[in-house]
Write a protein that binds this ligand. Structure first.
Ligand code: PLP
Length: 395
């Protein structure tokens, strides 16, 4: 009999973390590897946020806090939703966790019974299906095509809903494609969801502030009558370059928020007191740097998309948000190149060209790969040259 539980056997380790780890190991072994696998901004946390954390430590803000967030942080989150998303919540509709990842995990743990279905549009963030499986639920993957900008269509959504559907996950802008839903697209999906009164919506808005070309961000609770059935998740990791601080949050129906808190009370308890103090400053402080950083990301996006589209066999859409692109490598798979899958393509790219990216199949869509361009322009230039030479060497 194995010591490992059956529920753990249902899941696999995060493939994006695995790629990042592999790139780190190769670097440590002296290889000149460029890692384009990690999902974190290369910018540093702004100084005003760091100062708030230092002050919190000095003031003795170093004890347990309320399990699901300090009153100060909950207040800042309520104000954020009102200011930026036109959404009104009370503090008992807010929960704070150790990263958005924990909030999502707790939400599934708190709501899924065995066999409950969760609709996940693919390409998806790698953790959604495994979190659902761990909680005993059933991921229902809908493949969204490149022709639809990798976005879910109302028709596909309608076809996938069953009596067992409990959640739909929406992630806009998306990891791994960078695609964002317009207000109109959200409204059309809402129409289908309003007809099916039992479905809840989990809106993952973690890339809200990283958008380009005047893309207008909207979250589904804001543009539909679905607020009472929506858990809106967000966090400070990406917008404020605070991945290591581990603060994420969600707003939604009181019963779900309370249930999430119950799980947290028996697992991790409160997120770090110091990080919470820093997050208050992030949300309440000066927001100007967000635009400046989004401009820097845009310059990199444009460079990466243009460079990729000049490579024979590669094609890449121009996304409206996040810091990823999801190019197709389908034309480079087959007898001629002796590469059968995107995983083989990615493996060979790392071995031969020292560039680490993640295969599309890890995100639920074969024939693609994900590049994170949250790294310096210098590194991106070298990486694009290497990818070009590698692809040319295949034909
Ligand atoms: N959601 C998406 C789509 C992500 O890409 C990530 C991080 O990569 C998260 C949620 C979780 O972020 P964190 O736990 O750092 O708040």
């Amino acid at each position: 009999m194995s010591i490992i539980s059956d529920s753990l056997k249902r899941i696999k380790p995060s493939p994006t973390i695995a790629v990042t780890q592999k790139a780190r190991e190769l670097k440590a072994a002296g290889k000149d590897v460029i890692g384009l696998g990690a999902g974190e901004p290369d910018f540093d946390t702004p100084d005003n946020i760091k100062e708030a954390a230092i002050k919190a430590i000095k003031d003795g803000d170093t004890k347990y806090t309320a399990v699901d967030g300090t009153p100060a942080l909950k207040k800042a989150i309520v104000e954020k939703f009102e200011r930026e998303n036109d959404l009104k919540y009370s503090t008992d509709q807010i929960t704070v966790g150790t990263g958005g990842k924990q909030v999502l995990y707790n939400a599934f743990m708190a709501t899924l019974n065995k066999g409950d279905e969760v609709i996940i549009p693919a390409p998806f963030w790698v953790s959604y299906p495994d979190m659902v499986l761990l909680a005993g639920g059933k991921p229902k993957i809908i493949k969204c095509s490149e022709n639809d900008n990798f976005k879910l269509t109302p028709k596909k959504l309608k076809k996938t809903i069953t009596k067992k559907t409990k959640w739909l996950i929406l992630n806009s802008p998306s990891n791994p494609t960078g695609s964002g839903y317009t207000k109109d697209e959200m409204k059309k999906l809402s129409k289908v969801l309003l007809k099916n009164k039992k479905i809840y919506i989990l809106s993952d808005d973690i890339y809200e502030h990283i958008t380009y070309d005047n893309f207008n961000f909207f979250t589904i609770a804001q543009v539909s009558k679905l607020k009472d059935r929506t858990l809106t998740m967000n966090g400070v990791s990406k917008s404020y370059a605070m991945t290591g601080w581990r603060i994420g949050y969600a707003a939604g129906p009181k019963d779900i928020i309370k249930a999430i808190g119950k799980i947290q009370s028996q697992s991790t308890s409160n997120p770090s007191s110091v990080s919470q103090a820093a997050a208050v400053e992030a949300l309440n402080g000066n927001q100007d740097f967000i635009k400046v950083r989004a401009e820097a990301f845009k310059e990199r996006r444009d460079f990466v998309v243009n460079s990729l589209n000049k490579i024979k066999g590669i094609s890449c859409l121009k996304p409206n948000g996040a810091f990823y692109v999801f190019p197709s490598c389908k034309k480079l798979l087959g007898k001629k190149t002796k590469l059968k899958t995107d995983s083989e393509f990615v493996k060979r790219l790392l071995e031969k060209a020292n560039v680490a990216v993640v295969q599309g199949s890890a995100f639920g869509l074969d024939g693609y790969f994900r590049i994170s361009y949250a790294t310096s322009m210098e590194k991106l230039k070298v990486a694009m040259d290497r990818i070009k030479s590698f692809c040319e060497s295949l034909s």
